[in-house]
Design a protein around this ligand. Structure first.
Ligand code: GDP
Length: 657
């Protein structure tokens, strides 16, 4: 018979909607809060959400609590994601043009062939009185099965640790001494090799360390959806104290909700001041145990080896508190932490096994590629036949080089692996047509109203401390009962790549005050659609956030027509795709145009960016009326003679009072 979702939600202290969302994250398919879950799945969910439920659950509902949510039955539409505008319009019984208009009202600019992701499909369906239910892809069905296995035969697993901190504070040196304390290494006398992570065996247990220290790598993995670090060690040099990158690293760890252990390094130096570091830590809410707080701080010297043993003991202790468990008997699943083409063995990758045991001969899917484990080598260069939870191993036998952060999971046979990877490639092709949706100040109110957002995460960069402090305190006050303002990172300095990565990983908006944005950061922000806002007056920044929380900050987008070209003859260029040999029939064509559209028989088939603009073989900035040129469109190849291409300037005008 099982248990209804809303009953389980009550039991676990979640809202029904919240639990449905969590279930989706766990790849458990439910139709809504009235759906039933079988006992096995309910048990799995209880297990998975045990920690969160305790945190989330008010023990007793206050008397003034809202009445139980009303269960409104809506018409149900189903489909496999992503869905194109055309497909969903049919399901929602609306013309594609009307749907495009409705999407525009939601701030989503989409042409008929655009694919919509789950969030967008949910939004538009509910707006039209439907409830969308996602049909699980074959891969998702498989991952649910994997997840079910995860909850069985639970055994303790070693923690996975990343070191972060300011440059030159001793991360690499500390990793080196830790590695040399490894009993296994001493026994094997083996030649260690860099595979991206290594295991240290201690008398009290094992620990896996990432040997690519730094918060950039950590957050980049997180931005790709791979949360693999259990504990972060923040390294602070005792002579230097907390530096800007230390703060950055701490905020990145906090944003990921990962426990922090602080290693106060270089205590052998005459200028070392341990208490000063502890004082500085307290200023940023990391109160050390010695002074009655909760943060473990361990004075060490990577140079002399002092304190390292204690640091490792503390990690083992912290790991015990976390009760890290996995099922070594399941089929393996893990994350790719490094990948390359190596001479002789072709594509190789280091996988950190997160559940199950990976074995030679196992067939797997990995990102959009697949393979069969041909060889496995650990960080000591030893060949292994099997690798269990938290063990990093370099494997060969991949069809292609996977991406860092990709999930690898074992399937029953090669046919299945090929089929799934084919499906993923197809889904990826479609997904490329999805304009990335992230939280933006303009969209905040809508998302908050739909209950998708309870917190506005902000990253603030300013030119001087005074402005930073003023911004932080004023912005924090803007929080309401429905939506809290959370500043996940605030610092003096320009907006850099790592800020943008953090924004992606934590779904945050970046506010810059009297600062610039690095070229690379700007590029990533644009590609990933991160909302970066620049201000020169504090009041305006605060006001924009306030207006957005009240739903008053409508985006003002001004579109200016620049020119129109007619396609004479499309032609293929190897490695580039289709280029439209065209003539400019009105205005001019400009390389920097923010938007282009392609029309065929008055229907818009493509909306996006220019990929190239050439005359003969040369890239050009502009082509005037009457001239011929070659136009490349970003990821759109099916161009035909007589198609019309138009380019536009897009200006986003910030709303002012
Ligand atoms: P990273 O940039 O954080 O990886 O720092 P490194 O490990 O490269 O160390 C930077 C410098 O500090 C190197 O010259 C190290 O030799 C030195 N160093 C690291 N740990 C210690 C220590 O405990 N004591 C002293 N005196 N020097 C250290």
């Amino acid at each position: 018979m099982g248990i209804r979702v809303y009953e389980l939600a009550k039991e676990l202290g979640f809202s029904s909607k919240g639990l449905v969302q969590k279930l989706n994250e766990l790849h458990v398919s439910v139709k809504g809060h009235m759906s039933s879950l079988d006992e096995d799945t309910a048990e799995l969910v209880r297990h998975e959400l045990a920690g969160e439920a305790k945190k989330a659950a008010p023990v007793k509902a206050p008397k003034t609590a809202k009445p139980p949510e009303k269960i409104v039955e809506m018409k149900v539409v189903t489909g496999k994601l992503p869905l194109s505008v055309k497909d969903i319009s049919v399901k929602l019984q609306l013309s594609a043009n009307d749907l495009i208009k409705k999407l525009m009202n939601l701030g989503i600019m989409a042409s008929i062939n655009y694919s919509l992701d789950e969030e967008m499909v949910n939004k538009i369906s509910s707006l039209l009185g439907f409830r969308f239910e996602k049909e699980l892809s074959d891969e998702e069905v498989l991952l649910v099965k994997h997840r079910r296995e995860d909850a069985k035969n639970l055994m303790p697993r070693p923690p996975v640790v990343t070191l972060m901190g300011h440059v030159d504070h001793g991360k690499t040196s500390l990793l080196d001494v830790i590695r040399s304390s490894n009993i296994t290494q001493k026994e094997s006398g083996g030649i260690t090799q860099h595979i991206g992570a290594y295991e240290v065996a201690l008398p009290k247990g094992r620990i896996t360390f990432f040997d690519t220290p730094g918060h950039e790598a950590f957050t980049a993995m997180r931005a790709r959806g791979a949360n693999i670090t259990d504990i972060v060690i923040i390294v602070v040099a005792a002579d230097d104290g907390i530096m800007p990158q230390t703060v950055e690293a701490i905020n990145h760890a906090k944003a990921a909700n990962v426990p922090i252990v602080v290693a106060i390094n270089k205590i052998d130096l005459p200028g070392a001041n341990i208490d000063n570091v502890r004082r500085q830590l307290a200023e940023i809410d990391l109160n050390c145990e010695e002074w009655g707080g909760k943060t473990i701080t361990v004075p060490v010297s990577a140079k002399k080896g002092t304190g390292v043993e204690r640091l490792l003991e503390m990690l083992v202790l912290e790991a015990e508190l976390l009760e890290l468990r996995a099922n070594p008997t399941a089929l393996a699943r893990g994350a790719i932490i490094e990948s390359k083409i190596s001479k002789g063995s072709g594509p190789t990758a280091t996988i950190l096994v997160q559940n199950g045991t990976l074995r030679i001969g196992d067939v797997f899917v990995c990102g959009v590629t697949f393979g069969k484990v041909r060889s496995m080598v650990n960080d000591l260069g030893q060949r292994l036949n099997a690798a269990g939870p938290s063990v990093p191993v370099e494997i060969s036998g991949l069809a292609q080089v996977p991406q860092v952060g990709d999930v690898l999971y074992v399937v029953e046979d090669e046919r299945k692996a090929k089929e799934l990877s084919g499906q993923k490639n197809e889904a990826l092709r479609k997904a490329k047509l999805i304009p990335a949706q992230r939280v933006s100040l303009e969209q905040l109110f809508l998302q908050a109203q739909e209950g998708q957002l309870k917190e506005l995460n902000l990253i603030i960069k300013a030119d001087v401390h005074g402005s930073l402090e003023a911004l932080i305190s004023s912005l924090k006050e803007l929080g309401t009962k429905d939506i809290a303002v959370k500043i996940i990172h605030a610092q003096v300095g320009s907006i850099n790549e790592s800020d943008v990565m953090l924004a992606i990983a934590s779904d945050a908006v970046i506010l810059g005050f009297h600062v610039t944005i690095d070229a690379q950061a700007k590029d990533t922000a644009e590609k990933k659609n991160v909302d970066v806002r620049m201000y020169r007056i504090i009041y305006e920044a605060i006001n924009d956030v306030r207006l957005s929380m009240e739903g008053l900050l409508a985006p003002t987008i001004r579109e200016t027509f620049i020119g129109r070209a007619k396609v004479l003859q499309p032609f293929k260029v190897s490695n580039v795709g289709t280029i439209a040999g065209s003539v400019v029939v009105k205005g001019k064509f400009v390389r920097t145009a923010e938007k282009v559209r392609l029309f065929r028989a008055e229907q818009c088939l493509f909306e996006g960016k220019l990929a190239s603009l050439k005359r003969h073989k040369d890239d050009v900035k502009e082509v005037s009326e009457g001239m011929e040129c070659g136009i490349g469109l970003d990821k759109f190849m099916s161009i035909e003679p007589d198609d019309i291409i138009e380019c536009y300037h897009i200006e986003k005008i910030a709303r002012k009072l």
